[in-house]
Design a binder for this molecule. Structure first.
Ligand SMILES: *[C@@H]1O[C@H](CO)[C@@H](O)[C@H](O)[C@H]1NC(C)=O
Ligand SMILES: *[C@@H]1O[C@H](CO)[C@@H](O)[C@H](O)[C@H]1NC(C)=O
Ligand SMILES: *[C@@H]1O[C@H](CO)[C@@H](O)[C@H](O)[C@H]1NC(C)=O
Ligand SMILES: *[C@@H]1O[C@H](CO)[C@@H](O)[C@H](O)[C@H]1NC(C)=O
Length: 962
């Protein structure tokens, strides 16, 4: 459909060196360095801000936020992240395949507020440099595989509010300040110390806590901490949740713990605490108390417990309690659960008549209870008296309370009910029915509550409260949500409660990446706050598989069984699709024709394409489209300075974004540089005809309102020259240089041998080889190309000599007879430039001559050490270097007939690569190592004059005798 001849008459032409177009800003390089699998598909082009890359937020054209929660990213975090020097938020949460260490250089992100890596697989030490991030407010490194010590430097983060290191393998002691060494005791604004599930050891330092602190959550559970609970803990009056369970803490519980009157959850179980049971009369807001499995002195059941009016849960297993259980315990109004196993409680169990209406479990297994006073009255409560004296009596063995089975369980089958009595129907594919009975792909994950204040998992009121809070949060949230569903609450281990969360999209089947990252961030960053009953939480998302914006939109038929009927239907649908496509194609062609007619009109003020003049006939275009000037104005923000990515003698190059999101380089000629039609026409005709991986593609052109504009695909990494000179910040090692040589050779070989008619480039040089985001070479600038007319015996064309000095074939220069071998010569020079990284002619010295003179085949690296660009990696072995130099020198042979063809060259470079252990057909994967911060890099225009050294001045005056 793109093949129709556009009736566009083009009058004037541009013929200038086409230049690399890319944004040289460090943010782009920083983001490029994030060499991850499954990056958002719209991460293309070179301007993350302009192009609205998913997960990227900008301010003043600088990247300030990366939120890529639950994207399924795979890979490591490159140290080059440091280039994003304005970054405030880094949220990579829930990417379970992000591995490797957190780079030291993270310490250079001086503006960072939020560092959120929860639920990934990062490992190694947490770098101490993190302590130089003075703006950090939120650190969430939990649920990774970090090892090593807690960096004391974290103590320098005076603005820190949230410090979550839980669920890693962090070891050593908790650092406190000493002399000049910082420590966590300095974190006076921090509210959250979440260090649970690690390998922390040693005692909790006495100086860790002070009355100046504002901590509300101290969660040190499941570590290997020893020594006593520090007295200073009792000074932190703001504390609400204290978990020290699952350690090896010993000695007496400090009596001043009782001063922590705001504590609602206190869990000290599974330690070696001794001495008298703590007297917690003062903690009258306590909801949840667990003192199990310690070595407290034998004591009677403490009377103060019966005064804790908010208590829902009392767990004192194996705590040396003796004597009777006071009856008033059970009348605490909120009491749900009492677990007092393995004590020496005796006498009669009497829960009285005014026991809590919420009571559902009294587990007294393994005590010495002899009687149960209320056995006839109590209903709906699981009472367990197994392994008590009472259950030894034969009359009692059949009693419910002497059995091991309980109706109460540590999980619940709760599922958010259907709304408005709608009826769920089975969903096709792997969609799920929402509470509104709509089939969709929800964002799912697990809410993990670290210290809920309740224990009755069967009381659905709690889940409804949570549901309502989530619903009202997401109602006001920027992402449109149909409904949220909770299910499968269960107590996984040591009082952690998990609940599955599903968030359903509204208006469509699935979320797009932006929505996922927004929701992920709301949960990872604790923007969403749970009802207080649920206490501290973290969320772990499942990977989202069904992005609305992914290329392969999951369709309902994806997983349906492939019966012959479905194939037939598929065929019919396919046939219909073809018809629809043909119709669309027809419409498009019609539309294009209309457009072209309009263009003809528009261009008329400048005259028509004059078939009698040198401009030749109407351009024959293939695949390239016509753009109106108005369109291009829109795509470039009115040719704004911000979109200006380069300029030269001929005019300017702008970066533009098509409505499809495709980035383009828009080359707009200055009036004074507009030239005759032939070369312009040649360029657009040739460019539109050739399609090869190693050739820059022409997207379209514009000719109206006195403008001559070419629209090219956007090549992000600039020219080879920019990389060789260090300007682009891309470091090319030997392997990458081989790939660039191969790509360029393949592009040329295509022009010479596969394009019809054959195309001779005539201006191969390092500024005309561009590098894409995979560092694939793309040959640009066909402005000087010549069609080779294969008419009869002619295998060359006689032309006016054009080219660039240094690369110019001397034979062509002398004979004016152009053949493909002239390109081979230029390519040979380019090969030498690739290893020297210098201009072919520098200070009057010509590289071809100099190398021939210096070369000594009997010596290592042919005695060319002084020529070799040191950034190529001199230390590493340059495998195949000798063969490479041999090939380059063959290419620059004096006589064209002695030079290899480009396809010979391709084969030889492939052979060299195989020798070096490289797969010539594999894409180059730009690794983080290929980007190094270069001090030469600046925000100044990367398109220096160098890029425009397209030289029309011949004969070249400075070439030494060849
Ligand atoms: C204890 O909690 C109350 C109510 O939430 C609050 O007003 C008070 O400031 C807290 N006390 C401390 C020392 O933080
Ligand atoms: C517990 O402490 C309170 C005051 O803090 C005191 O009145 C009470 O007698 C103590 N109880 C026990 C059993 O020591
Ligand atoms: C309960 O145990 C205590 C301490 O072992 C003992 O003094 C008391 O007599 C016992 N009471 C009954 C009823 O067995
Ligand atoms: C469930 O919990 C709520 C909130 O604490 C409470 O009001 C309600 O009475 C409880 N229901 C039962 C059956 O215990």
């Amino acid at each position: 459909m793109m093949e129709q001849k556009l009736q566009v008459f083009l009058l004037v032409a541009i013929s200038q060196t086409w230049v690399a177009v890319y944004s040289n800003n460090q943010d782009f390089l920083g983001l490029k360095s994030l060499d991850w699998k499954n990056k958002p598909p719209n991460w293309v082009g070179a301007d993350p801000c302009e192009a609205n890359w998913d997960g990227i937020d900008c301010s003043d054209n600088r990247v300030t936020s990366i939120t890529l929660s639950s994207m399924g990213l795979e890979g490591q975090l490159s140290g080059d992240i440091e280039q994003l020097s304005e970054l405030q938020t880094l949220d990579l949460s829930y990417n379970k395949k992000l591995t490797g260490p957190l780079p030291q250089s993270i310490g250079n992100l001086q503006k960072l507020n939020n560092l959120i890596l929860v639920g990934c697989a990062f490992s190694g030490q947490i770098p101490g440099t993190i302590g130089s991030l003075k703006e950090l407010v939120f650190i969430s490194l939990n649920s990774n595989r970090f090892t090593g010590l807690i960096p004391p430097s974290i103590g320098n983060l005076s603005k820190l509010y949230w410090l979550d290191l839980a669920d890693n393998q962090i070891e050593g002691t908790i650092p406190v300040s000493r002399g000049n060494t910082p420590g966590l005791d300095m974190l006076l604004h921090c509210k959250h110390f979440h260090f649970g599930k690690n390998k922390l050891e040693g005692s909790i330092p006495e100086t860790l806590f002070s009355s100046n602190m504002t901590l509300i959550h101290v969660l040190f559970d499941s570590n290997q901490l020893t020594g006593s609970i520090p007295l200073s803990l009792g000074l932190v009056k703001s504390l609400e949740v204290v978990r020290l369970d699952g350690n090896e803490l010993s000695d007496d519980v400090p009596t001043n713990l009782n001063d922590l009157t705001n504590v609602t959850e206190l869990i000290l179980s599974d330690n070696k605490l001794s001495g008298p049971l703590p007297n917690l009369t003062g903690m009258n807001g306590l909801h949840f108390l667990d003192l199990s499995n310690n070595s407290f002195d034998t004591s009677d059941f403490p009377s103060w417990i019966s005064t804790l009016q908010s208590l829902t849960t009392l767990i004192m297993e194996d705590t040396n309690l003796q004597g009777p259980i006071p009856v008033d315990l059970f009348s605490l109004p909120n009491l749900e659960t009492v677990v007092l196993r393995k004590n020496k409680l005796n006498g009669t169990l009497d829960i009285g008549t005014s026991y809590s209406s919420h009571l559902n479990l009294v587990d007294l297994k393994n005590n010495q209870i002899t009687k149960f006073a209320n056995s006839d009255e109590v209903q709906g409560i699981d009472i367990i008296l197994l392994d008590n004296l009472i259950c030894l009596e034969t009359t009692e063995t059949k009693a419910n309370y002497c059995s091991n089975s309980v109706s109460h369980s540590s999980n619940s089958s709760y599922v958010t009910p259907e709304k408005n009595n709608c009826i769920r129907t089975p969903c096709s594919s792997d969609k799920i029915s929402s509470p509104n009975c709509l089939c969709a792909y929800p964002y799912t994950g697990t809410l993990n509550f670290r210290a809920p204040s309740f224990s009755d998992l069967e009381n659905e009121t709690y889940y409804q409260i949570l549901e309502n809070s989530l619903t009202s949060f997401f109602e006001k949230f920027k992402v449109k949500v149909d409904s949220i569903a909770l299910s499968n609450p269960n107590e996984v281990s040591s009082e952690y409660l998990n609940i599955k969360l599903e968030i359903f999209p509204s208006g469509h089947d699935s979320f797009d990446r932006k929505e996922i990252s927004d929701m992920g961030f709301a949960l990872s960053n604790q923007t969403y706050k749970t009802p207080k009953t649920f206490g501290p939480f973290f969320f772990i998302a499942d990977q989202y598989e069904s992005y609305a914006d992914s290329i392969e939109v999951p369709s309902d038929s994806n997983k349906s069984s492939k019966t012959s009927i479905s194939i037939i239907i598929g065929g019919v649908v396919g046939g219909l699709a073809v018809v629809v496509l043909l119709l669309l194609a027809g419409l498009y062609a019609f539309h294009q024709k209309k457009r072209a007619e309009k263009a003809t009109e528009l261009s008329r003020p400048f005259g028509s394409w004059d078939t009698n003049s040198s401009s030749g006939a109407v351009p024959q275009l293939k695949g390239a489209r016509w753009f109106s000037f108005e369109e291009l104005k829109k795509y470039t923000n009115n040719f704004s300075a911000a979109n200006d990515v380069g300029s030269g003698g001929y005019g300017k190059v702008y970066r533009g974004t098509l409505p499809t999101g495709e980035l383009v380089a828009i080359k707009r000629s200055l009036k004074e540089s507009m030239q005759g039609g032939v070369e312009f026409k040649t360029e657009i005709e040739l460019l539109s005809r050739v399609h090869h991986k190693n050739l820059v593609t022409l997207v379209g052109f514009c000719f109206e309102q006195g403008e001559q504009i070419l629209v090219y695909e956007y090549i992000p990494n600039g020219s080879l020259k920019d990389s060789l000179t260090g300007k682009s910040g891309i470091r090319l090692d030997w392997m990458k240089r081989l790939r660039v040589a191969l790509g360029t050779a393949r592009g040329l070989s295509y022009l010479h041998e596969l394009a019809n008619p054959t195309i001779i480039h005539r201006d191969i040089k390092s500024t005309n080889v561009l590098l894409d985001d995979r560092l694939n070479a793309k040959v640009a600038d066909f402005g000087l190309s010549k069609l080779m007319m294969k008419d009869g015996d002619k295998d060359h064309v006689t032309t006016q000599v054009k080219g660039t000095m240094g690369y110019l074939d001397p034979e062509y220069y002398m004979t004016q007879q152009l053949t493909e071998k002239s390109d081979v010569y230029s390519f040979g020079v380019l090969m030498l430039e690739l290893i020297t990284a210098k201009k072919p002619i520098e200070r009057g010295k010509y590289v071809v001559r100099e190398i021939r003179l210096a070369m000594d085949k009997t010596k290592d690296l042919y005695n060319l050490h002084s020529f070799i660009d040191s950034t190529m990696g001199l230390g590493t072995r340059l495998i195949g270097f000798d063969k490479y130099v041999d090939l380059a020198l063959e290419c620059v042979g004096d006589s064209g007939v002695d030079r290899p063809t480009m396809s010979d060259v391709v084969k030889e470079i492939e052979a060299i690569m195989k020798l070096a252990g490289l797969n010539p057909n594999a894409d180059s994967e730009p690794t983080s190592a290929s980007y190094e911060y270069s001090s030469k890099m600046s925000s100044s225009n990367p398109y220096g004059e160098d890029a425009f050294d397209h030289s029309g001045t011949f004969p070249p005056s400075k070439i030494e005798p060849l």
